[in-house]
Design a protein around this ligand. Structure first.
Ligand code: GLN
Length: 489
């Protein structure tokens, strides 16, 4: 049963050949069996799941089922869930139980989903391998014996979906945290247009970049998840009034039948070193798109190679401000000290891990009066230029494609420096700076048998078109990402 996509499962639930309770039980068994090996959940919620499933079955019986009724999902543990521990994978929030529900998770409840648990991630979503989690790193279900990263920061989400421990999951993408882990696990992960999914109740990292989005096994499933997650929200001042996305799970072809489409390739990325596998598969998929009638054009985003530098100034700057609230005074961890200032210091020293502390220091430094103009303002200018260049590029083409990463998933015990980790975000951060939609879709398997992903990027609010092109790539790559095969059963 865990091999079913959302689309297939909904079909079977509608014609009542399976029940939501059966489906949920299949996933709970899977969690029981592989949950600790994959470490993809920080908290599991089996009782809540069975209760949700029973309610779904009731609705199917009464003929008033909801769009995603009975779909057992994992929620990245960055989304506040009422009455359920929400940790952001930090010691700071180890015992935090919110009394409110994030808009995205509420939207998914309203769509009838079943909550299996809260997925592991990098602490406060800062990282690329999900190794900065206070709860230890999730493991990639592909070639599990090799202990590879499931990517980060949404690595618990991708590990759970790829391993068949959830039918789909939520993620958040500030600089690549949905797309990179999806690429590492053979999944479809979408960073929608900034402002399409509400950030309300999603624990903030860098507010001008944070973007909730779906992680699923197919493009159609990602579209179904996004339909439920998206929508305007008065509680988020950056939620767009235009925020609307609607799909019945049948993403339509954008190529074929003489349809015209210009697909751009970013010139500046040609000079970036990528693995031979990535290069070959990317070229293969481009050739396929061409043969389906796409016209391939080269576009330029002149500052795109500066996106990393700009991102690693802007993101820590915003994070240092957002994370100032964890002071041991109101909620979360409190380590008693000698007076309030000492308590504050001791709490933050004990509550935040090394990477989060590093970002606080960078962020505070670049916002200091002597650095603000040379670092922060300069980064803001680069961001504006990148955003403008995307606009210009989209006057020359309809959509852009590029790799999602340079190579396949690396071992969790790889010993990289912070800068080497940051460099892995090269292909993903620019889209966050520009706020444009981007999806990572599997483009094939490398020689070592591991999946690789490529991105489709579009102008703001062209989210559907992005998925439409991704579907062609998915079809031509045709990789098998069924969980049973992944786990070698
Ligand atoms: N790897 C990037 C970082 O560490 C992206 C994280 C994210 O998108 N949340 O900042």
């Amino acid at each position: 049963m865990i091999n079913l996509t959302i689309k297939e499962a909904l079909e079977k639930l509608k014609n009542r050949s399976i029940s939501a309770t059966e489906l949920t039980r299949a996933y709970l068994e899977r969690i029981e069996k592989y949950g600790s090996a994959l470490n993809c959940y920080i908290t599991t919620t089996p009782e809540r799941a069975l209760k949700d499933a029973a309610e779904s079955d009731e609705r199917y019986k009464n003929g008033n089922s909801l769009p995603l009724d009975g779909m057992p999902i994992a929620m990245k543990d960055l989304f506040a869930t009422r009455g359920i521990r929400t940790t952001a994978a930090s010691r700071m929030l180890e015992n935090f139980v919110p009394h409110y529900e994030s808009t995205v998770s509420q939207n998914l409840i309203n769509a009838g989903t079943v909550l299996l648990g809260k997925a592991n991630l990098d602490e406060f979503a800062m990282g690329t391998f999900s190794k900065t989690s206070f709860f230890g790193a999730p493991v990639n279900p592909w070639q599990i014996e090799k202990h590879l990263t499931a990517g980060g920061s949404s690595g618990g989400s991708t590990s759970s979906v790829a391993g068949g421990l959830a039918i789909a999951a939520t993620g958040t993408d500030t600089g690549g945290s949905i797309r990179f882990p999806s690429a590492m696990t053979g999944l479809v992960g979408m960073k929608p247009t900034y402002g399409l999914c509400s950030r309300w109740g999603c624990i903030a990292f860098a507010s001008s970049l944070d973007t909730p989005g779906p992680i699923a096994r197919t493009v159609d499933d990602a579209a179904l998840m996004l339909s439920a997650m998206a929508g305007h929200d008065d509680k988020d001042s950056t939620s767009s009034p235009e925020a609307h996305f609607d799909s019945d799970g049948n993403v339509q072809p954008i190529l074929g039948d003489g349809k015209k489409l210009k697909v751009g390739i970013i010139k500046e990325f040609n000079s970036v070193k990528i693995s031979d596998d990535m290069k070959n598969l990317f070229e293969k998929r481009i050739a396929d798109l061409k043969s389906m009638g796409a016209e391939i054009v080269e576009v330029s985003i002149p500052n795109i190679l500066d996106a990393l530098a700009a991102y690693y100034i802007i993101a820590p700057a915003e994070a240092s401000s957002n994370l100032a609230r964890y002071d041991g005074m109101r909620y979360g961890l409190r380590v008693e000290g000698d007076g309030p200032y000492d308590t504050y210091k001791k709490t933050r020293a004990a509550g935040f891990g090394e990477e989060v502390q590093r970002r606080m220091l960078i962020g505070t430094a670049v916002l200091s009066s002597e650095s603000y103009e040379v670092y922060f303002m300069q980064a803001a200018r680069v961001r504006r230029m990148i955003s403008d260049s995307f606009k210009t590029a989209f006057e020359q083409c309809d959509l852009i494609v590029c790799p999602a990463s340079a190579g396949t998933a690396m071992p969790l015990d790889s010993d990289l420096t912070p800068l080497e980790y940051y460099a892995l975000d090269l292909f993903t951060v620019a889209m966050n700076l520009a706020g444009v939609p981007a999806v990572s879709v599997p483009c094939g398997l490398a020689q070592n048998g591991l999946p690789l992903g490529m991105q489709v990027v579009g102008p703001r609010f062209a989210d559907m078109r992005v998925l439409q092109l991704a579907k062609h790539i998915e079809t031509s790559a045709n990789i098998d990402n069924r969980p049973t095969t992944i786990m070698g059963e």
